[in-house]
Structure formats: structure tokens, C-alpha cells
Design a protein around this ligand. Structure first.
Ligand SMILES: Cc1cc2nc3c(=O)[nH]c(=O)nc-3n(C[C@H](O)[C@H](O)[C@H](O)COP(=O)(O)OP(=O)(O)OC[C@H]3O[C@@H](n4cnc5c(N)ncnc54)[C@H](O)[C@@H]3O)c2cc1C
Ligand code: SF4
Length: 865
């Protein structure tokens, strides 16, 4: 870069700092400026909003908001772990802790906030923490290993997050809040009461209306308790201060920039400091032109865009921001929007409250019917629509907006009733009109396309459900018929076909095709898409609809994939592999010996799989019944390595053997594997159980994963390893055995009901409108009233399960299909040949180049068994 290139120095690489860099890059300013970033933390920007998800298994890398490619491509000089220590505005230089002095033409301060710690005695004792950075969490995690009780000072948004984290670490957890209710800023008295009830039901002890007077320490100087303002003392080993944040404006003060009375670097509407035109301030360290310091990320992002625009001499201003928030705290929906406390005066409240169910909804309505704001606790489903209506008169009566469905409420208000200028995504300030434009002008037909086109839904994600409804409504209004049919034979989706099969108890593919297929497909043979899909639906529902539970009976046989035809996995040289079930990966020596003997006698190659079982390769079709006869005799059954069904439930050794274990992970893994074995589903299902948070069984990379806590089990869903890894999401915490099984029953049956063909749970969770929140509402809160049905379907599956291989070898008719050549049943296939390698066999074939292998085979690799 030439020496006359202007230099832009950014101090602080947090969430807003990173967004500012992206805005610079989008405006081409990284090409015209030398950009130097001084970053205090030991890592580049990460998602602080999602900080707590570290405790549910997301790594610091998962949370990262940037990557080396972005930094490199834009020539950004990022100095990690090298904070700015002073600014000389006269010389226009910044000095870093390393001693580096860098001159600037433009300086941007994005130094964020620091956690406020009340000045109580012993506040810095061993065992006292704050909750702001990944390093804070690492320190809390380490200290909690030897602690049993923890207390959080502050019952606000972050305090509740911190309390949830302590509870997840197995500590008896207290929350001490000075105000008379939890989350005093966001919710009012009624909302606080609903929240309190739910939080207490989760086993957290809440102390409101009391302050912390002193931290009590033991002889070693470490925390042993807290003295509270009501004279009581609380015994605790660990304290997390979460009593609010303050803008980090020390650097600015020291170099003579104006700061507000209560802190914050004073800026104008372009985010330029009021003192110095060469210096900008954005994010939580800035005191905006409207006199507010914003503690949420969305306003910070808007300030980042504004500052970048101002530097590029473009028009933009930050005049204030919506403080609406929707959060999931300790699993409870809490949302507030607009003037939630009715501070403007002359307004009326419409309140729906059901403290038994932990529900509280309040709308603040102006005299003329304008929706001014509101609070939702326990059910924030309507948040997206309500927020967008704020400031206007909604076209239906206010009670219709808060009463639950079925409680006498008039028809609900959909987002199609919103005006075009209503903001549907406040993170990126995207209006309904822009979303409609994405559909009509840019031809987007799906939510992912609209997200890409408008950025809507890519921030906190709370508007994605509304986006889906808007896209559908817009397509419909434009007469665009989106063919959602399963294939050329059926105009119905897989989900619709599932409902038809279940409702009409249809057990025949042919009947389904002839009655519900597309006109041209009726009377035909179907295709390779719908045959296995319908075969899978019928198999999933077999006991409930009265179909045979044996997948190779009658017409069912013709519907199955190649692997299911022979109840074994076809290998590249035409031989098959055999995988007996080893529930939870636990196997007695006698059974191990049987596997060894069978492999030796039939000359099979053996390999231990990633799913904790033993795979025997190289069996010829005609050998399969002989091998299975011996396996069944020894007490083995099919491991379904071939089916779109449950594969394995892995486990670590858990509490029985491991000194860290807090529950018996092996027992629960075996129970789960035996419960769900043979369950046919849209795609394969994998699971794992870990005996503690150390997660040795990698449960969070599974379709449903279970991790032990001191109080029970945490259930994670939608994880995936393989080609498209995805960390599972936490569905529910601290479940008893019975609660765990009930939730998994519901989750699996809801997935089987609504997923598309060949859609793994990870993809389904991302696609289904409302995502994880919706799935949680359905399977945890029974929002659709279908949980009894889901449980009954699973109970029918469990009651009717039969081992496919035991059924096969006991029936000569079923055995007849296991021949290489139907017209020469005694002839082995001559193509299946082997050569020795490392004391075992291998196929006598040259290695195929990867490019020749079908994509499906790559995704179904052997290691996934
Ligand atoms: C646990 C938690 C949960 C949250 N949840 C939500 C939520 O649900 N919704 C929401 O809107 N907001 C939430 N927030 C707030 C949100 O994270 C902040 O609004 C956002 O991070 C502000 O971004 P920022 O860049 O201004 O500050 P930060 O992200 O704090 O970044 C500032 C950076 O500047 C660095 N820095 C400071 N001084 C210097 C220096 N002298 N030299 C170099 N670097 C320096 C700091 O180390 C830090 O890395 C949450 C915050 C926390 C902690
Ligand atoms: S997950 Fe925990 S209990 Fe299981 S093996 Fe690892 S450390 Fe032990």
C-alpha cells in the first residue's frame, strides 16, 4: 500500500468492531485505507450474545465472527492481544501495549462495556467473577469443578444467563436481585411474577429486594458466603457479579474527548465524536446523539454501518434504535417491545396472565388504539408480528393479540396484515416492503433466498417465522404456484403423504399412488424417489396403520432401497457387510468371541466402527442367512446399519467407571437404543450419551444427544457430524429418565412426521418454520396438542418391534431371496473376490477414484455405522 494511503485505526475488535470492518469492506474502504485493529482479547471478535452456549458445547471457534480469510483478503492488520493504552489526538497517534505507535487519519473507538461490580468488601476475592468474555467463562468453569454452590448478583438479562450457566455446571444456584423482581428493566410486576415462578420451578433460589453487603471469605481468602442487606447470610463457594455494564470510555476521557455524565463517548448522528471530527465511537462505548448508551447489539450494528457510511462520505445517520428484545432465558421466552412500561402516559393495558402456566402477556395501547409496546413472558410467538405493528393501530382488537388460541380469541393476526413500512427484522432494519420486493423483484421463493437477498433473519433470528409467512403470502398473492410435491408422481409433500397414510390407514403404496398420485402417474409404477419415501412412511407407521412390521413382506419389499433388500450394506465389490447391534457399545466377552469365530469361519474382514460396534465385511448374499443364524443364536439382532433408521446410541463409560461421571450413561444409552431400534425414519438417526459435561461420547454431534448433569440429563437435538457438521441445540435441561424418554419419543415422532425425504434432523431443524423454538413449543409445551398422539405412535413402535433377522431366518419363504442369481440359486457371484491385506481380506479391485463414486455413497461412508 502506498505511504500516502490514509490509515484507519479501530480500537476494539468486539461484535460491533467486526461489523464495522465488514461495512468498511462492503464499501470498498479496506482497499483505499490501511486498516489497523487493536484487539485487547486474546482472540478475534466472537459472538458475545451467544456466549453462554459455550457451556452447552460450542467452542470459542464456533463462536468466532470472523476468519483469517476475511482479515487477509481485506489486508487488515489485526493485532490480537495488543490493546490501545493511549491516544494522542494532537499527534493523531495511538500507542498499543506492545509499544507500537500507529498514526491515524481516522480513529474508531469500539471498546464496548465493562461489567459493573458493586464496591462491596472482598469483591475481588478468589471465587468472584464477572460474565463478559470467553476467558471469564473458562475461569468460572475451572473454579466450579471444586464448588457446590454459586450465587449470581443481579437478576437482569445477563444475571439469568449466568445463573443458568452455573446450574448447568451442577451448582446449587442463587440469584440475588436488588429490585423487587427479576429483569426489572424489561418486564413489569406481572411479568416478573410469571418469570419468578418458572425460574423457581427450575430449581433456582431467587432472593429479590435484597442487596449484597459483603462477600464473606475463609482463611484462604476464597469466597464462603455473602452478607445480604436484610441481615441474612448466604453460603456460597462462587459469586458471579452481573449487576449491569458501564461504557469503556477511559481512553476517550484520558485524551480529552467529551463523555456523558453517566459515561459513554459523546457522538453525533454520524457517530463522529462531538469533540474531534477525526474520531468516531460506536457500540456500547458510545453515548448516541439521542442521549442513550445502547446495551444491545442491533443498535451497535446500525452505528457501525453509519460510521462506515460517514467515512465513505455517504448519507446515513443513527437517530436512535428500537430496544425490543426477545430472549430465551433458562428456556423461557421473554420479550419486550416498544414502550413496554407505558412511560408515555395516557395509555391502557391489555393483560393476559396465567401464572400456573408461567404465561404473562401485556400490551400497552394508546387512547386512539395505537399499539405502543408490550411484554410477553412464557410465550413470545406473536413477538415478530406485534413488534412490527408497534406505532400503528392493529386491524384487530388488542385482546385477539394476546389471548391464547382456543381461549375465545377472534381470528389471529398474520403478518400479511402488516403495513409495508413495518420493520420485520430489527437487527438489519428490513421492512416488510423489502421482503416483498425480494419475492416479487428478485424472484426469491424461499426464506434462505430472502435472507441472502435482504440480510433479514441473519441477526438474532427471531423474525424468521414471520419471514416464512410473508414469503408464502407474497407468492400466493402473485399467483406463483410453488410445486412442493415429493416428485413427478406425487403433488403432495412427504409430510402430507404421511398424514394421508396415517389418517386413512393406507398400507399400500399402489393404493396411495392410484388415489393421491398426480393424474399422469396413477396406474404407473412410481419412481425411485417416492417408492422408498412411501416405503419408509409405511414402515414408520406400520403398527399404527396395521401394516406388516417386516419391511420385506409383499409389496413393501419392492419399495426398499438396495441395502434394505438384503438387510445388509452393499459394498463396492458386490459383497455385503454385517453389523449386529451392540447397544450402548457394551459387549460381554462371550459375544465378542462369537463375532470373532463367525468372522474367522466365514473369512470376513472385521473393523470397529465409529458407532462403537463391530462391522464384518465381505459376506456373499447367500452367506448372510448362515452368518445371521449364528448371530441370532448367540443373542444378537440386526444393527440396522443398512436402514434409514436408528443406528447406534454410543456412550462413554459414565459414572460406573469414570471418576468424573455424574450419571450412568451406559444404562441410559442401552435403554434408548433398545427403545428406538428398528424405527424407520426419513434419514438415519444417531445418538450418544455422555456421563458428564466433558462429553467423551460426542453427544452434541448426534441427531439426539444426551449429556448427564448433577440433576439428570440435558437433551440436545439436531446435531450432525459427517460432511456438514452441526452442533446440536439444547432442547431441555435436567430431565429425569422418564422425562428424557418422553421428550425423545415426541421429538423423533414429530421429526418423522414433518421432515422431508432424506432430511437429517440437522437440516430439518434449520428448515422447519420457527426452527428449534417451534420444535420446543410442540414437543415440550405441546403447543399443537399432538404430544399424546406422538407418544402413542412411539409406544406402538416399541410394542411391535421384532428383530428382522430373527424373523428372516425362521421363514424359508423369506430366506429364498438371499441368492446371488435367482435362476441359479447355488452359484456364488464370481465377481466377489478377495486378496489378503494385513492379516485379513480386502476386495480384489483397483481403488476407485473418488470422482466415480456416487455422492450418496460418500455421504453414507462406512465410518458412519
Ligand atoms: C452473556 C451476554 C449475553 C448477551 N446477550 C445479548 C442479547 O441477547 N441481545 C443483545 O442485543 N445483546 C446481548 N448482549 C450484549 C452484546 O453482547 C453487546 O451489546 C455487544 O457485544 C456490544 O458490542 P461492542 O463491540 O460494542 O462491545 P464488545 O463486544 O464488548 O467488544 C468490545 C471489545 O473491545 C475491546 N477493548 C476494550 N478496550 C480496548 C482497548 N483499549 N484496546 C483494544 N481493545 C479494547 C474489549 O476487550 C472487547 O473485545 C449480551 C452480552 C453478554 C455478555
Ligand atoms: S463424558 Fe465424563 S463421565 Fe463420560 S468418560 Fe468422559 S469424563 Fe467420564
Amino acid at each position: 500500500m502506498p505511504t500516502d494511503t490514509p490509515t484507519l485505526v479501530l480500537i476494539g475488535h468486539g461484535m460491533v468492531g467486526q461489523r464495522f470492518l465488514q461495512a468498511l469492506a462492503e464499501r470498498g474502504l479496506t482497499a483505499t485505507h490501511r486498516v489497523v485493529v487493536l484487539c485487547e482479547e486474546p482472540r478475534p471478535a466472537y459472538d458475545r450474545v451467544q456466549l453462554t452456549s459455550y457451556f452447552s458445547g460450542r467452542t470459542p471457534e464456533d463462536l468466532s465472527l470472523t476468519d483469517a480469510a476475511f482479515i487477509e483478503t481485506h489486508g487488515i492488520e489485526l493485532r490480537v492481544g495488543d490493546p490501545a493504552v493511549s491516544v494522542d489526538r494532537a499527534a493523531r497517534t495511538v500507542t498499543a501495549r506492545s509499544g507500537l505507535v500507529v498514526g491515524y487519519d481516522v480513529l474508531v473507538l469500539a471498546t464496548g462495556s465493562y461489567p459493573f461490580v458493586p464496591p462491596v468488601p472482598n469483591k475481588d476475592a478468589g471465587g468472584c467473577f464477572v460474565y463478559r468474555t470467553i476467558e471469564d467463562l473458562l475461569a468460572i468453569e475451572e473454579y466450579a469443578r471444586t464448588a457446590t454452590t454459586g450465587a449470581v448478583v443481579g437478576g437482569g438479562l445477563l444475571g439469568l444467563e449466568a445463573a443458568g450457566a452455573l446450574k448447568g455446571l451442577g451448582l446449587t444456584t442463587h440469584i440475588v436481585e436488588f429490585a423487587p423482581r427479576l429483569m426489572p428493566v424489561q418486564v413489569d410486576e406481572g411479568g416478573g411474577a410469571a418469570l419468578l415462578r418458572t425460574v423457581e420451578e427450575m430449581g433456582l433460589a431467587v432472593h429479590t429486594g435484597v442487596g449484597t453487603q459483603e462477600i464473606v471469605v475463609g482463611a484462604d481468602g476464597a469466597v464462603t458466603g455473602m452478607k445480604l442487606s436484610d441481615g441474612s447470610e448466604l453460603a456460597t463457594d462462587l459469586v458471579v457479579f452481573s449487576a449491569g455494564v458501564r461504557p469503556r470510555d477511559r481512553l476517550a476521557r484520558d485524551c480529552g474527548l467529551d463523555v456523558g455524565e453517566r459515561g459513554g463517548i459523546a457522538v453525533d448522528e454520524q457517530c463522529r465524536t462531538v469533540t474531534d471530527p477525526h474520531v468516531f465511537a460506536i457500540g456500547e462505548c458510545a453515548l448516541a446523539a439521542d442521549g442513550r448508551v445502547y446495551g444491545l447489539v442491533a443498535p451497535g450494528y446500525e452505528q457501525a454501518e453509519t460510521a462506515a457510511a460517514a467515512i465513505a462520505d455517504a448519507e446515513a445517520s443513527f437517530t436512535g434504535a428500537d430496544l425490543s428484545t426477545k430472549l430465551k432465558l433458562l428456556g423461557v421466552d421473554v420479550a419486550s417491545f416498544g414502550d413496554a412500561h407505558g412511560t408515555g402516559g395516557d395509555c391502557l393495558d391489555v393483560v393476559y396472565s396465567d401464572s400456573r402456566a408461567g404465561l404473562y402477556k401485556k400490551l400497552v395501547i394508546g387512547r386512539d388504539g395505537t399499539l405502543l409496546g408490550g411484554i410477553l413472558v412464557g410465550d413470545a410467538e406473536a413477538y415478530g408480528t406485534l413488534r412490527a405493528f408497534t406505532g400503528s393501530v392493529p386491524p384487530v382488537a388488542p385482546e385477539a393479540l394476546v389471548l391464547p388460541a382456543g381461549a375465545g380469541a377472534p381470528a389471529r393476526l398474520g403478518p400479511s396484515a402488516l403495513p409495508d413500512d413495518a420493520v420485520v427484522c430489527s437487527c438489519h432494519n428490513v421492512t416488510k416492503g423489502t421482503v416483498r420486493g425480494a419475492v416479487t423483484e428478485h424472484r426469491c421463493t424461499t426464506v434462505p433466498e430472502v435472507k441472502k437477498c435482504t440480510k433479514a433473519g441473519t441477526g438474532c433470528g427471531s423474525c424468521v417465522k414471520v419471514l416464512g409467512q410473508l414469503v408464502d403470502a407474497e407468492l400466493e398473492a402473485n399467483g406463483v404456484e410453488v410445486d412442493k410435491g415429493l416428485c413427478g408422481c406425487f403433488g403432495h409433500t412427504r409430510e402430507e403423504l404421511y398424514e394421508i397414510v396415517l389418517a386413512l390407514r393406507l398400507t399400500s403404496y399402489r393404493e396411495l399412488l392410484d388415489r393421491y398420485g398426480r393424474e399422469k402417474a396413477r396406474g404407473g409404477d412410481g419412481c425411485e424417489v417416492c417408492k422408498p419415501a412411501v416405503g419408509s412412511i409405511i414402515a414408520s407407521l406400520a403398527p399404527a396403520i396395521g401394516a406388516s412390521t417386516y419391511v420385506l413382506d409383499g409389496e413393501q419389499a419392492a419399495l426398499q432401497d438396495t441395502n434394505d433388500h438384503f438387510l445388509a450394506n452393499l459394498q463396492r465389490n458386490g459383497s455385503y457387510s454385517v453389523v449386529p447391534r451392540i447397544p450402548g457399545g457394551e459387549i460381554a466377552p462371550e459375544k465378542l468371541i462369537v463375532i470373532g469365530e463367525i468372522a474367522r469361519d466365514f473369512g470376513l474382514y472385521t473393523k470397529i466402527t465409529g458407532g462403537q460396534r463391530i462391522d464384518m465385511f465381505g459376506a456373499r448374499v447367500e452367506q448372510l442367512p448362515l452368518i445371521w443364524a449364528r448371530l441370532v443364536d448367540a443373542g444378537f439382532e440386526s444393527g440396522h446399519a443398512y436402514g434409514k433408521s436408528l443406528r447406534t446410541v454410543k456412550s462413554c463409560v459414565g459414572q460406573t467407571w469414570c471418576r468424573y461421571g455424574v450419571q450412568d450413561s451406559v444404562r441410559i444409552a442401552i435403554d434408548l437404543e433398545l427403545r428406538y431400534r428398528g424405527l424407520r425414519s426419513p434419514h438415519k438417526l444417531k445418538s450418544a450419551v455422555s456421563g458428564c459435561q466433558r462429553e467423551c461420547a460426542e453427544a452434541q454431534s448426534k441427531d439426539f444427544g444426551v449429556i448427564a448433569t448433577a440433576n439428570g440429563w440435558n437433551l440436545y437435538v439436531g446435531g450432525n457430524g459427517g460432511a456438514t457438521p452441526r452442533h446440536a441445540d439444547l432442547l431441555a435441561q435436567d430431565l429425569s429418565d422418564a422425562e428424557l424418554v418422553r421428550l425423545i419419543d415426541r421429538f423423533l415422532m414429530f421429526y418423522i412426521r414433518t421432515a422431508d425425504r432424506l432430511e437429517r434432523t440437522s437440516v430439518w431443524l434449520e428448515r422447519i418454520p420457527g426452527g428449534l423454538d417451534h420444535v420446543r413449543d410442540v414437543v415440550v409445551h405441546d403447543s399443537l396438542g399432538i404430544c399424546d398422539e406422538l407418544e402413542a405412535l412411539m409406544a406402538a413402535h416399541v410394542a411391535h418391534y421384532r428383530d428382522e433377522w430373527a424373523e428372516t431366518i425362521g421363514d424359508p419363504e423369506r430366506l429364498a431371496r438371499f441368492v446371488s442369481f435367482v435362476n441359479a440359486p447355488d452359484a456364488p457371484d464370481p465377481v466377489v473376490a478377495f486378496v489378503p491385506e494385513r492379516d485379513q481380506i480386502k476386495p480384489d479391485l483397483p481403488l476407485l477414484s473418488i470422482g466415480r463414486r456416487p455422492a450418496d455413497d460418500l455421504l453414507e461412508g462406512s465410518a458412519t455405522r
